[in-house]
Design a protein around this ligand. Structure first.
Ligand SMILES: [Fe+2]
Ligand SMILES: [Fe+2]
Length: 269
C-alpha cells in the first residue's frame, strides 16, 4: 500500500491517479481531424496544436529528412544514451532526453542575465537580450511539459527506475551538459547553438520513429493530467508527433541565431 507523503496530505491533489496502466480506448473519429484545443493553463509560443493530418505530414517530413553527421559532443551524448537505454526508444528513454533537453536553455538564460548585468547602463541592449532570455525560458518550460508527460507514462507503465542509471546518472550528465552549454555560449555562442540544434534534430527524429514503430499509439486515447498544460490531443500518437514539432521549432530557433548572429549584439539583440 502506498503511504501518502506529508505534502500530499496537506495539499489539494489535482493530478489524475497514476496507478492505471495505459489501456487503449477508442478514439472518437468525428473530432479527430480538427486542430485540438491548445493549453489553457499555460501560455507559450510552443505547443500550438496542429491537426492530425498536419502532424502526420510533419512526421513524414522528419522520417524522410536527410541524415547528417552531428558534431562530436552530440554524438558522444547520443552514444551514452544508447548505452544507458539499450532498449532504445521508450518512454523512459524520452524522459531522460527531456530532462537533459532543458539544460542549454537554462544556461543561456543564465548567461543572458550576466550580459544584462554587465551592460546595465545600456537599457536598449538589455531589452534586446531580454527577448533571448524570454525565449530560453519558454523553451525550457516546453521541455518541462514534455518531461512530465514522459514521466507520467513511466509511472502508468510501472517502470522500475534504476537508482543510478535513471536517477543519479541523468543528473550528473545534466550538470556536465549545463557546464558545456554555458562555457560554449560564453566562448563561442554558435557552438552552443549548434550543439543544441543537433540535440533537437535528434529528438525530433526519435519521436517520429517512435510513433512509426508503435502504430497502436494512434488508437490509444491520450489521457493525462497535463492536457490543459500541453494541449488536448486526442491520441498518444498525435501528442508525440506534436512534441516532435516542438523539437523542430527549438532546433529552428538555434539555427536562426546561428544565421543571424549567435553572439549578443547591440544591433540585433
Ligand atoms: Fe522536448
Ligand atoms: Fe526540444
Amino acid at each position: 500500500m502506498l503511504i501518502p507523503s506529508a505534502s500530499a496530505m496537506t495539499e489539494e491533489v489535482t493530478v489524475a491517479p497514476f496507478d492505471r496502466p495505459p489501456t487503449p480506448s477508442p478514439v472518437p473519429t468525428d473530432v479527430a481531424q480538427e486542430r485540438p484545443e491548445g493549453p489553457v493553463s499555460y501560455q507559450s509560443c510552443f505547443s500550438m496544436p496542429l491537426s492530425p493530418a498536419e502532424l502526420r505530414d510533419k512526421q513524414r517530413e522528419y522520417l524522410d529528412a536527410h541524415a547528417y553527421r552531428y558534431g562530436l559532443p552530440a554524438r558522444l551524448l547520443f552514444w551514452t544514451a544508447g548505452k544507458v537505454f539499450p532498449q532504445g526508444r521508450s518512454f523512459e528513454f524520452f524522459a531522460f532526453v527531456e530532462l537533459v533537453a532543458r539544460v542549454p536553455y537554462m544556461a543561456w538564460e543564465h548567461v543572458g542575465h550576466i550580459a544584462q548585468t554587465q551592460n546595465h547602463k545600456d537599457h536598449a541592449f538589455d531589452r534586446k537580450i531580454q527577448d533571448r532570455v524570454v525565449l530560453a525560458r519558454d523553451e525550457q518550460d516546453n521541455e518541462f511539459w514534455h518531461l512530465l508527460i514522459m514521466e507520467e507514462f513511466c509511472e502508468k507503465a510501472g517502470y522500475k527506475r534504476r537508482w543510478f542509471l535513471d536517477r543519479v546518472f541523468p543528473q550528473i550528465l545534466s550538470f556536465l551538459y549545463y557546464q558545456l552549454s554555458w562555457i560554449l555560449y560564453v566562448v563561442r555562442p554558435k557552438w552552443s547553438y549548434q550543439l543544441n540544434s543537433d540535440f533537437e534534430d535528434h529528438a525530433m527524429r526519435q519521436y517520429a520513429q517512435f510513433v512509426a514503430e508503435n502504430p497502436e499509439f494512434d488508437s490509444t486515447a491520450w489521457e493525462s493530467a497535463y492536457r490543459s498544460d500541453y494541449g488536448f490531443h486526442v491520441t498518444v500518437g498525435d501528442m508525440l508527433r506534436q512534441i516532435a514539432v516542438d523539437e523542430e521549432q527549438h532546433k529552428d530557433h538555434s539555427e536562426d541565431y546561428i544565421r543571424t548572429g549567435a553572439r549578443f549584439s547591440r544591433s540585433t539583440g
